[in-house]
Design a protein around this ligand. Structure first.
Ligand code: SUG
Length: 440
């Protein structure tokens, strides 16, 4: 076995972070629509989370923000001319479209791609498939640029296979790693990949959208050349989606042999656990930690984002650590649950709270902000080193954010053509620090 470890690639929050209210079914996005955001604080909070993990001894990566506004989207809608003219015309006649073009949603890199480590794939390469994010307009424009970013970071076909997104149709709706959990004994050993979907292709559901289809999950599993004996497809509970869990990672998180999930996460909990145990036979003994609704009501799980935590193995600690959002500490039921959880003799030994409130108000917790990539030493050595962080680089990025980002942004401010230049200048400076100038 080739030893491997998990690298978290967090999204660096972009200068246009705003509360656009663009995501139907995402209660936080709807609740905070139109509020004034603070992009500077948002990016600093995200970088502080990365710093916490660097200090804990983990390898931490970062993915740069995508260029915003996305002029291709505006041009596709017939807005042509000089940049300032395009923005003024769009602000006047299509303000919602302008918000979509400006969305900083690429920060939630759990949705950037689905990742299968080389221990699970038949060609021994690390596979990544960019997610088409086809359900939400503002997210559907991310994948071409995300694919380009992934190719420039995971360069070299000996080690990496970067796949472009699935066809942009509802039947292939794909939201990436937010609906995918990899379980294993140790990172370098073969694991079991759990794909969670909300509907079948061709199936329409009333109410909040189910953003992942079974066909999309199966397609990714096939192109990643996974051993299908080690793959489980499970249906997300309709009840969870209706309660505001627009991605599975709002009600479930897994790490190593541990699956931490809410009682109402899956349509068929017993069947899902049985299938996981069967797939894990000979590899590891599954450790399920199910949170009963009687202890944490589904509504609290979703408003506090208890499950949208990072579940991490830290050097020197024998049990897993849950890095949960501060909102989990502020919510009585989840705080009490976490206090009880760590006193038990289970696989989770400690809970730490992190402040990512700016992102949380758009429905993005600690787990949304990171893409997990399990890598061997060789793969790490051949990926682009400019995006791997030490504290010095974090300091540089924070200084750049403080110098170039606004600390107040309302959706109405997007109408100001000068803001587009500010966004470009800020992003170019960040790309310079990450040695990714080729992406400008
Ligand atoms: O897709 N919010 C994101 C949040 C993504 C969270 N990711 C995971 N759970 N992995 C979404 O709904 C809101 C943007 C706005 O409303 O302006 C938004 O896109």
């Amino acid at each position: 076995m080739n030893p491997a470890f998990e690298v978290n690639f967090d999204g660096l929050i972009g200068p246009s972070h705003n509360y656009g209210g663009l995501s139907d079914g995402n209660l936080a996005s709807a609740r905070n629509a139109g509020d004034v955001s603070n992009p500077r604080e948002a990016a600093v909070q995200g970088l502080e989370k990365m710093r916490t993990l660097v200090r804990a001894g983990l390898v931490q990566g970062v993915l740069p923000p995508l260029a915003r506004p996305n002029f291709d989207l505006l041009a596709a809608a017939g807005f042509l001319g000089a940049d300032a003219q395009i923005i003024e015309a769009a602000a006047r006649t299509a303000p919602r479209l302008l918000k979509a073009a400006y969305s900083a949603s690429s920060m939630w890199t759990a949705n950037a791609a689905t990742v299968s480590p080389s221990a699970d794939t038949s060609d021994g390469r690390l596979h990544l498939t960019a997610a088409n994010l086809s359900t939400m307009l503002h997210r559907s424009i991310e994948h071409p640029d995300t694919t380009a970013t992934l190719i420039s970071i995971f360069a070299g076909e000996d080690h990496f296979a970067v796949h472009g997104a699935l066809p942009a149709h509802g039947d292939f709706a794909d939201e990436g790693a937010a609906n995918h959990v990899r379980l294993c004994n140790e990172q370098g050993a073969p694991g079991v990949e759990l794909f969670v979907y909300g509907r079948d292709d061709g199936e329409s559901t009333a109410g909040f959208p189910a953003r992942q289809t079974r066909l999309a999950s199966e397609s990714v599993a096939r192109s990643h050349e996974l051993d299908l004996v080690r793959v489980v497809f499970a249906r997300q509970a309709r009840r969870a989606i209706e309660a505001g869990a627009f991605h599975n990672d709002v009600v479930c998180v897994g790490a190593l042999d541990t699956l931490f999930f809410h009682e109402f996460a899956f349509e068929d909990t017993a069947g899902t656990l049985d299938a996981l145990r069967r797939s894990a036979q000979g590899l590891f003994d599954l450790k399920p930690v199910m949170v009963p609704d009687a202890e944490v009501p589904l509504a609290d799980a979703i408003s506090s984002y208890l499950f949208n935590s990072q579940l991490l193995q830290l050097p020197g600690e024998d049990r897993l650590v849950l890095f949960a959002p501060g909102e989990t500490q502020d919510t009585a039921s989840t705080r009490a649950y976490c206090e009880r959880l760590v006193t038990r003799n289970g696989p989770i030994g400690r809970v730490e709270y992190v402040d990512v409130r700016q992102s949380m108000r758009n429905g993005g917790g600690p787990a949304c902000l990171r893409l997990r990539v399990v890598m061997t030493e060789d793969q790490l050595a051949s990926c682009h080193s400019g995006v791997l962080l030490d504290e010095e680089r974090i300091d540089e990025l924070q200084a750049c954010v403080r110098a170039t980002y606004r600390d107040r942004l309302s959706p109405a401010d997007l109408a100001d053509p000068a803001f587009a230049d500010e966004c470009r200048i800020a992003r170019e400076a960040l790309l310079g620090i990450l040695e990714l100038d080729a992406l400008t």
